[in-house]
Design a protein around this ligand. Structure first.
Ligand code: PSU
Ligand code: MN
Length: 302
């Protein structure tokens, strides 16, 4: 296994000395946000985690290795290069075997973090059951990864481009705890709320860490969702974003967008249709998730 893992010095030192580490994904850089905002985000998010006393490990696949921590040059590659693969569980082995560059999704990043012994991961939003998933069977592999891999994902919930109700049902069936961080409502990425609630609400990092430790000490394998709502000042109200999402979804349908292209297509259309307002919200929530994830990782290791 170790032959496939490659660490930056900062991350290696942290893992060896038992310091808190927070994993970060690279699909959000390569497929989720435009340049140059993606590059600024990638660097800023790492610094926010450092400010919490934890070490950031942005994860991606390059040169036949699983990179645990990326240099600034490597981040730049993910931020700017065309044709970088989007890597979920399905794609993981092939991209390493071919020594190609692959940006890891939530599922891909969880696999890598778990191999490196990193338990806390910060991102924007998780994938889920798509609307009309009952016909398309489009269910993100993120959910199945949460069912089996011992990593907690701090996110702003799931976008309402998805069927949030079915996403939460799937997580329940697979025994994945959904913790609301200082909230009783399951957040819907751009908005602090959705029509759905959370299983548990926890209002401090130490108690989240305790629940995670207890889960894994009990041998209850699998991940957890820590749902952290976007700060109020950056929120887009649910009603306002809904019509935009409906338009983006109908464009995706009209253009016959399928498979792994669906999520990036919709993200980019929502951004254009909101004149960049959604981008601002997206950045704000990622920074907030990094801060909370850094605090949870620090509490987990104290
Ligand atoms: N949701 C977002 N932003 C993102 C993604 C999801 O709000 O960037 C990315 C994540 O990497 C997530 C992936 O793991 O999309 C899910 O893709 P799919 O639906 O194809 O599984
Ligand atoms: Mn899909």
């Amino acid at each position: 296994m170790e032959q496939f893992l490659s660490y930056t010095d900062e991350v290696r030192d942290a893992l060896e000395s038992g310091k808190p580490v927070v994993a970060l994904e690279s699909t959000i850089i390569s497929h989720g946000l435009p340049y140059p905002e993606n590059m600024d985000m990638a660097k800023k998010v790492e610094n926010i985690i450092r400010e919490q006393g934890a070490v950031p490990a942005t994860i991606g696949l390059m040169d036949g290795k699983i990179k645990i921590g990326l240099t600034e040059d490597e981040l730049y590659t993910f931020a700017t290069e065309e044709g970088i693969h989007k890597v979920s569980r399905r794609d993981f082995a092939h991209i390493i075997a071919k020594q190609e560059t692959g940006a890891t999704t939530v599922a891909g990043t969880m696999i890598a973090a778990n191999l490196a012994g990193i338990r806390v991961f910060a991102t924007g939003g998780i994938g889920g059951v798509h609307r009309e998933g009952e016909y398309t069977w489009d269910v993100s592999a993120d959910l199945q990864e949460l069912a089996q891999t011992n990593v907690a994902v701090v996110c702003a919930g799931a976008k309402s481009i998805l069927d949030i109700g079915r996403t939460l049902e799937y997580l329940e069936t697979h025994g994945v705890p959904v913790v609301g961080y200082k909230t009783n409502a399951f957040p819907s990425f751009y908005s602090r709320e959705s029509e759905f609630g959370v299983d548990f609400s926890i209002d401090n990092p130490a108690d989240v860490a305790k629940t995670l430790q207890t889960k894994w000490q009990l041998g209850l394998d699998g991940g957890a969702v820590v749902a952290n709502p976007v700060p109020k000042a950056s929120e887009i109200p649910f009603n306002e974003i809904e019509s935009v999402i409906e338009q983006a979804l109908s464009e995706a349908k009209a253009d016959n967008v399928t498979g792994k292209d669906v999520t990036p297509f919709i993200l980019s259309r929502v951004k254009s249709l909101t004149d960049g307002k959604s981008l601002e919200t997206n950045l704000a929530l990622v920074y907030h998730n990094a801060e909370v994830a850094g605090q949870i990782a620090a509490a987990y290791h104290s």
